[in-house]
Design a protein around this ligand. Structure first.
Ligand SMILES: Cc1ncc(COP(=O)(O)O)c(C=O)c1O
Length: 389
């Protein structure tokens, strides 16, 4: 089949069957949704929300968890609960989802872009070392589900006194040296958007080991109300970033299914690592030895344009998609968005933009023989790269 013309040029695709669809659900989601419906408590005071918060905190090795309406909301609530506001300085990696930065900007803070470690795509604090003395918070992002180097982040946090908010939006269940992410720093956030490994369509959570952060986050999420007190008392400035009981119902069922799916993604990722090692012109990413569990929200690999006769990554991604392999070019550096603060190009962020390709997580729920198609499609494009130039 790899002798056929490239699918993007009208040939037959390597794969014509779809990969597993996402999100998935079963009778348990239906049962819990009905329970939520019949409870008559669809928002504040819902029992399923409290149960999920308890169970998810445990799942992430955190003392507290607070549900909210999205990962983006969680970032803003958590930053505010950590004392970030007008005039604060917050370090964010330039290679991340835009909300990591806009949440800080929304609060009136200034952002400082850090470069990333090209091996893991996570924050490289050395790149902003000379500024750490003057920053109020750092947001390490566990990109694709691979934890950032939390040893370095926490060491510098102690030395320079900044707060740490882990952006674990993509890292449900991920572990750094045997400890799950989300409460290694002062707080962490998660997303339950529909593509995420645990999802309810839209939703987010804040995790922390600090009661005062949880308590403040509770109020901020709930228009500034104190946790105990009259309904129309507002002690601080907040917003309505609550979630409904229906989302919590779905989340509880998803959490029950998570360990089995985590095991399957991990197994498939190891198969893909081997295939990427063998396929021409691409490489698997390194996994830091201190990462005891990768969440694999994405499977990322390195594409070497020079080995495809200089074919730009975007064109390779289009060709791979045409062969029936869902994939994405991923983030562009945040400083390239005209409405965000500018920066000089950061070398590893730029290299990552040129080389890193994302495969979405549902691919990792397919059978090992379905993963062969990915290697075969890459090989086919490699052989015929000249025809795409
Ligand atoms: C790294 C990162 N941070 C934050 C978010 C924001 O989450 P949400 O889409 O739930 O607002 C996402 C989700 O796309 C993400 O991937």
């Amino acid at each position: 089949m790899s002798g056929d013309r490239l699918a993007i040029l009208g040939g037959r695709p390597v794969r014509d069957k779809p990969y597993p669809s996402w999100p998935i659900f079963g009778e348990r989601e239906e049962e819990l949704l009905l329970k939520a419906l019949r409870s008559g408590r669809w928002s504040v005071g819902g029992e399923l929300q409290e149960e999920f918060e308890r169970r998810f905190a445990e799942f992430q090795d955190a003392r507290y968890c607070l549900l909210c309406s999205s990962g983006t909301a969680a970032l803003k609530i958590a930053l505010k609960a950590l004392g970030i506001g007008p005039g604060s300085r917050v370090v964010v990696p330039a290679y991340t989802f835009i909300a990591t930065a806009t949440s800080a900007l929304d609060l009136g803070a200034r952002i400082i872009y850090a470069d990333i470690d090209p091996r893991t795509l996570t924050i490289d604090l050395e790149s902003v070392r000379d500024q750490l003395r003057n920053v109020d918070a750092v947001i390490p992002v566990h990109v694709a589900g691979h934890p950032a180097d939390m040893d370095v982040v926490m060491e510098y946090s102690e030395r320079y006194g900044f707060k740490v908010l882990e952006d674990a939006a993509q890292a449900h269940g991920a572990e750094w040296r045997g400890r799950r992410v989300g409460a290694i720093g002062d707080a962490g956030i998660f997303s339950f958007y529909q593509s995420k490994n645990i999802t309810c369509g839209e939703g987010g959570a804040i995790t922390t080991n600090h009661e005062e952060v949880w308590d403040k986050a509770w109020s901020i999420r709930n228009v500034g109300r104190p946790r105990q007190g009259p309904w129309y008392e507002h002690k601080i400035y907040g917003w309505n970033y609550r979630i409904t009981e229906f989302q919590a119902a779905v989340l509880l069922a998803q959490l029950e299914r998570a360990p089995e799916l985590m095991r399957r993604r991990d197994e498939a990722a190891r198969v893909l690592d081997k295939l990427m090692d063998e396929a021409p012109g691409v490489e698997p990413l390194e996994r830091d030895g201190r990462v005891t569990r990768h969440a694999y929200h994405l499977y990322v690999f390195r594409y070497r344009p020079e080995e495809f006769r200089g074919l730009p990554k975007e064109r390779f991604v289009e060709a791979l998609r045409a062969e029936g392999i869902p994939c994405s070019p991923g983030y562009r550096p945040l400083y390239t968005y005209g409405f965000l603060p500018p920066s000089k190009p950061l070398p590893n962020t730029e290299k990552t933009r040129e080389e890193i390709v994302w495969l979405p997580q549902p691919i990792l729920l397919s059978k090992p023989q379905d993963l062969q198609d990915i290697a075969q499609a890459i090989q086919k494009i490699h052989q015929q790269a000249e025809t795409l130039r």
